[in-house]
Design a protein around this ligand. Structure first.
Ligand code: NAP
Length: 244
């Protein structure tokens, strides 16, 4: 259970982040639903979360902006008292072959997916260090482990996020803070909707199907709870076997 814990989840307005926020709320956590642009969706998530009897507030934040991340962490603390769990889930794709990739497509994906996680960790880690407790869960991707043609920027950001995870895990372990990464495969969200019923893709997944956001949320919930207190610096694939 997560009763009495406060969880900040970025990109919680949609997809995997939404599922994580609702799973955490169902386990008793107060949730900070952090969104980029879709306020109405974030408000809806917070409304559903409150039905579990927890506190849930929405916060607008561009995670790629260091100052915006700092203001958001301060605002969450002000509204919910503290932060016990940080889930770095906000992410974007701008796919294309490297031979034609625009500089902006590379920079913006790195800024959101990798620097965004750094920004949030940078601003929350002083809270965790003071408490001598805390959980950081970074949503990476199987693509960060095995690469993917057409996703050089995205794969680089997620591989970087895995390096960030392990370094932060080493730095904060003496302070009782655990930092882990989840590496999902193809999960049914807005991000992957354009892939449609791609049979070649499904054939490449040993379990023969795509995953659901709720399945990733179950894993995030495990990493956030006491049962996972001895796990840090780990990268757990949830990909139907795609990356093995
Ligand atoms: P999604 O449905 O496209 O949702 C993305 C979320 O990120 C939205 O809540 C969006 O907020 C937020 N976001 C985007 N840019 C932001 C910014 N600059 N600042 C703050 N928030 C921002 O994506 P998803 O499929 O759930 O993916 C969630 C995470 O899982 C991502 O890190 C993604 O890379 C990773 N992942 C996904 C898959 C997959 O197959 N879906 C596989 C592996 C890894 P707004 O809507 O408010 O703009």
């Amino acid at each position: 259970m997560l009763i009495g814990k406060v969880a900040l989840i970025t990109g919680a307005s949609r997809g995997i982040g939404r599922a994580i926020a609702l799973k955490f709320a169902s386990l008793g956590a107060d949730v900070a639903v952090v969104y980029g642009g879709t306020r109405a969706s974030a408000l809806e998530v917070a409304g559903i979360a409150r039905q579990y009897g927890v506190r849930a507030e929405v916060f607008q934040c561009d995670v790629s902006d260091f100052a915006s991340a700092g203001k958001t962490v301060a605002a969450v603390r002000e509204a919910l008292g503290t932060i016990d769990i940080l889930v770095n889930n906000a992410g974007i794709t701008k796919d294309g072959l490297v031979v034609g990739m625009r500089e902006e497509a590379f920079d913006s994906v790195l800024d959101v997916n990798l620097k965004g996680a750094f920004n949030m960790i940078r601003h929350t880690s002083p809270i965790f260090i003071r408490k001598r407790a805390g959980r950081i869960i970074n949503i990476a991707s199987v693509v960060g482990l095995i690469g993917n043609a057409g996703q050089a920027n995205y794969a680089a950001s997620k591989a970087g996020l895995i390096g960030l995870t392990k370094s932060v895990a080493r730095e904060l372990a003496p302070r009782g803070v655990c930092c882990n990464a989840i590496a999902p495969g193809f999960i049914e969200t807005d991000m992957t909707r354009h892939l449609g019923e791609n049979n070649a893709l499904l054939q490449s997944i040993p379990l023969g199907r795509t995953g659901r956001p709720e399945e990733v949320a179950e894993l995030a919930a495990f990493l956030a709870q006491d049962a996972a207190a001895y796990i840090t610096g780990e990268v757990i694939r949830i990909d139907g076997g795609l990356g093995m």
